[in-house]
Design a protein around this ligand. Structure first.
Ligand code: F6R
Length: 360
């Protein structure tokens, strides 16, 4: 049950320290700098040239996160919407690894893409939460995120766990393809180990409820981010629209000036996510919105230059840029939750939506 919580969503947001600890348990060793993903011994991806992720909704955002991390590690990777895969899949062969990212393991669109990739001769893998799910049975290999059951229709803890597992898997793939571990493993593994306790701290001190209250009468809510902050901006907006029924959009920060800026007014707060990847450019993009009267809420560490430049601040800890966006995402989950709660929405069961979409 929900225990002391009003909603499963808040319970599941709060469970993230435990979910993440379970996700990484036995899989990393910061002292030796080792990543151990039992089924995937070092060298198991040597025959792979490129990676395609297929997924929908929040899982697609986690997949995009994983693909950008792989690109940054020098590996050719793309994230594709599973529901678009049948009309326009890039070519695959036995050197292509197709990774289906799906919490439930039962999403029809994702299973269709997985089956198509299998039929065309790709090697397949699923990253899923559900042992014994269809995706886990049908893919060549399965990697479980171990987040525990998620009841709220809005995916929360499973996004964080997917992104963390995809980060680890990405490092393993990149190591196999390049023959040496990436330099940032030295900072990534300790940052991962401390993530559960730092998320716990963030949850204790978040001012997201006050921010939700402050901007509750806005017309639209925009989320911008760059690099690994971009999938987080998309996810922040999806969560917000899904449970508040208010209009929200996520953009790559640099895209704002290519059209969306026309929508920006004093009635459209802009949540700007800073992950330590070209933050000065994102700050410039946020300032462009602020010049048009939009309130800017900076999601960044204390003491970051964006704090001074913005109207409000949602704090995240100083951490590795591979993980900063995941802390930002937790603040945005809380923002959406409290905004929906103020509007008295049926948070755990938003209208028209189902937890698992088993139709095309
Ligand atoms: C949004 C949400 C959906 C799912 C999507 C894929 O909060 O939960 O967008 O992420 O339907 O579901 P899975 O991950 O089960 O394939």
């Amino acid at each position: 049950g929900k225990g002391e919580y009003d909603h499963f969503m808040l319970k599941e947001i709060t469970e993230q320290p435990t979910a993440l600890a379970q996700a990484i348990e036995g899989r990393i060793d910061a002292t030796s700098g080792r990543i151990g993903l039992s089924a995937f011994e070092p060298g198991s991806f040597e025959a792979i040239d490129s990676v395609q992720f297929v997924a929908c909704g929040t899982s697609y955002h986690a997949a995009l996160y994983g693909s950008l991390a792989l690109n940054q590690a020098g590996v050719q990777a793309t994230a594709l919407l599973a529901n678009e895969y049948s009309v326009a899949a890039p070519p695959v062969d036995e050197t292509t690894l197709v990774i289906a990212v799906t919490q439930s393991g039962e999403t029809a669109d994702t299973l269709n893409a997985l089956r198509q990739a299998t039929a065309e001769g790709a090697r397949t893998l699923t990253v899923t939460n559900v042992v014994g799910s269809t995706a886990a049975r049908e893919a060549d290999d399965a990697l479980f995120i171990r987040a525990g059951p998620e009841i709220g229709v809005a995916a929360t803890k499973t996004f964080s766990s997917q992104a963390v597992i995809l980060t680890l898997l990405g490092q393993r793939i990149a190591t196999d393809l390049r023959g040496e571990p990436s330099a940032d493993l030295e900072s990534l593994l300790p940052a991962l180990e401390s993530m559960p306790s730092r998320i716990h701290e963030l949850l204790e001190h978040s001012n997201a409820e006050a921010i939700a209250e402050q901007y509750r009468d806005s017309q639209s809510y925009f989320f911008i981010g760059r690099g690994l902050g971009y999938p987080v901006a998309l996810e922040g907006a999806l969560k917000f629209k899904e449970i508040t029924y208010e209009h929200a959009e996520g953009f790559a920060a640099g895209e704002l000036k290519h059209g969306p800026l026309a929508l920006v007014t004093p009635e459209t707060p802009v949540f700007a996510i800073f992950t330590g990847q070209e933050d000065e450019k994102t700050l410039k993009n946020a300032e462009e919105a602020r010049t048009r009267g939009a309130p800017v809420i900076a999601v960044c560490p204390d003491g970051h230059p964006a704090v001074e430049a913005a109207d409000e601040h949602l704090a995240i800890p100083e951490t590795d840029s591979d993980l900063a966006g995941l802390f930002a995402n937790v603040q945005l989950q809380l923002l959406s939750y409290h905004a929906a709660d103020l509007l008295d929405r049926p948070i755990d069961k938003p209208r028209n939506l189902a937890k698992s979409v088993t139709v095309e």
